[in-house]
Design a protein around this ligand. Structure first.
Ligand code: PLP
Length: 479
């Protein structure tokens, strides 16, 4: 534990130094803390990193180029970067029980690109790939892509569909993964909203993908990775799991056995800033046979690593190895379930009828709203969420019919199941009192809505009172 005033002093001093150069930046940083303190954050992909994690990012590591890997750099003087990169990788291996960890990816998207290219390089013999590996993907022309894809044999990827909760990087345009692969997706059962493993197996048999991808941004249930691996094996596919959203639940041993991706997948990617509560960044874990190709992420996909972020990853991963992180992970799920039950009790409709992870999807068509209307109305009342597609969404990916809510951030703040019931009441109040608006020609608008400002104000005040009992960063006083 640092001394009681250390965190306040550190952040106050940092702001003083920044203020002397560009006061507007110092002002924006302080305002961001104030805004975060005041908002009821239910964005499932966000969290609050610890002061130690935040502070590990603001230092001299930011100045260092360190292309290459630990002990094998293209720049001199990387001994200290080696220390933090090796530490972050060691913590990651220990925490997740992985054979190999590559901690350089700058984001989740980067981690997925590193993984895709590693699998291609491992599985397919192609001279154009060697050429591409010596460059960055952004430098490839459209013609290069076609040549590469032809030479690679139009390799196939099977991943979860976007509207069922999959992620753009699992083969969808406009993401680059949709150019690299001939993609097909599996959805969820129209009745239950759950993954139908028999249907996934059928799609795999028909499509014969090189890579089977599991993982999601908006699926409120556990995925059985043992079954998914069996499906991958039955068609000779490499099995990849993107655990960006639920890495914290794996780290905290809430997802174990068939639901822990690490022992089952050939390769696992993740972000470090969502439920894992680290700095913004990505990471790849893999089995030994893929390690060499994974470590080639830079320069194929990545530029120089961000040593200051790798330092922060090492700090956050060390925190995630402590026993209290397991307790945190348990509370994330208990809170999500309490929130879901509170909403169901008040008559809301949830995709799959509930949750057993950190998130839930409210189908707001039962309130006669689109996702966009609901998102904005909630925001007016001080509740920050994001709109999200529901399976077979009638309103498309822009307006959507769902609201995604998640509990990692509020759980970090200390809110518990009793507060989740209050939040369910606030959400239900806003959604049930919001009316869809009309276009000038009288047709129904998917964006306009009406919410009595007095209701919005009242809910916003109640949310503020609730949050006041759970101060964010209580050890940081900027005044
Ligand atoms: N993979 C999944 C499943 C995600 O949900 C996300 C982000 O939302 C990403 C990858 C991309 O992460 P990043 O925004 O860090 O690139």
């Amino acid at each position: 534990m640092s001394s009681p005033n250390a965190e306040s002093t550190a952040f106050r001093s940092a702001l003083e130094v920044i203020r002397a150069v560009e006061p507007r930046v110092a002002g924006a940083i302080a305002a961001e803390l104030a805004d975060q303190r005041e908002s009821l954050k239910l964005i499932a992909s966000e969290n609050y990193a610890s002061p130690a994690t935040l502070l590990a990012m603001g230092n001299w590591f930011s100045d260092k180029y360190a292309e290459g890997t630990v002990g094998r750099r293209f720049y001199a003087g990387c001994q200290n970067v080696d220390t933090v990169e090796a530490l972050a990788a060691e913590h990651a291996r220990e925490l997740f029980g992985a054979a190999h960890a590559y901690v350089q990816p700058h984001s989740g998207i980067d981690a997925n690109l590193v993984a895709f290219w590693a699998v291609l390089a491992d599985r397919v013999e192609a001279p154009a790939l060697k050429k591409a590996q010596a460059r960055h993907v952004n430098d490839l022309t459209e013609a290069d892509w076609f040549a590469l894809r032809r030479e690679l044999g139009n390799q196939r990827m099977l991943g979860m569909s976007l509207d069922a909760g999959g992620h753009l990087t699992h083969g969808f345009r406009p993401n680059i993964s949709g150019k690299m692969f001939d993609q097909r997706s599996y959805g969820t059962d129209p009745e239950t909203g759950l993954i139908d493993y028999d249907k996934v197996a059928e799609a795999a048999r028909e499509f014969k993908p090189l890579i089977l991808v599991a993982g999601y941004s908006a699926y409120p249930r556990r995925v059985n990775f043992r079954i998914m691996r069996e499906i991958a094996d039955s068609v000779g596919a490499t099995f990849m799991v993107d655990m960006a959203h639920f890495a914290g639940l794996v780290a905290g041993k809430v997802l174990t056995g068939d639901f822990d991706p690490v022992p089952h997948a050939h390769i696992v990617t993740t972000t470090t800033h969502k439920s894992l509560r680290g700095p913004r960044g990505g990471m790849v874990l893999c089995q030994p046979e893929l390690a060499e190709q994974v470590d080639r992420g830079c320069p194929m996909v990545l530029g120089g690593p961000l040593p200051h972020v790798m330092a922060a990853k090492a700090v956050a991963l060390a925190e995630a190895r402590r026993p209290d992180f397991a307790d945190y992970a348990q509370r994330i799920v208990a809170n999500a379930q309490a929130l879901a039950e509170g909403l169901l009790r008040r008559g809301a409709t949830l995709v799959t009828g509930g949750t057993d992870n950190h998130l839930a999807i409210i189908d707001v068509t039962s309130y006669a709203l689109t996702g966009r209307q609901a998102e904005q109305a909630l925001l007016d009342a001080g509740i920050v969420t994001n709109r999200n597609s529901v399976p077979q969404d009638p309103n498309g990916a822009w307006y959507t019919s769902g609201i995604r809510i998640g509990t990692p951030a509020l759980t970090t703040r200390g809110l518990g199941t009793a507060e989740m019931d209050t939040i369910a009441e606030l959400i239900h109040t806003v959604l049930s009192q919001t009316n869809a608006g009309a276009n000038p020609d009288g047709t129904a608008s998917k964006a306009k809505y009406a919410l009595d400002p007095a209701v919005a104000d009242k809910v916003s005040r109640q949310a503020g009172e609730l949050l006041a009992g759970f101060p964010l960063y209580p050890t940081v006083d900027l005044t």
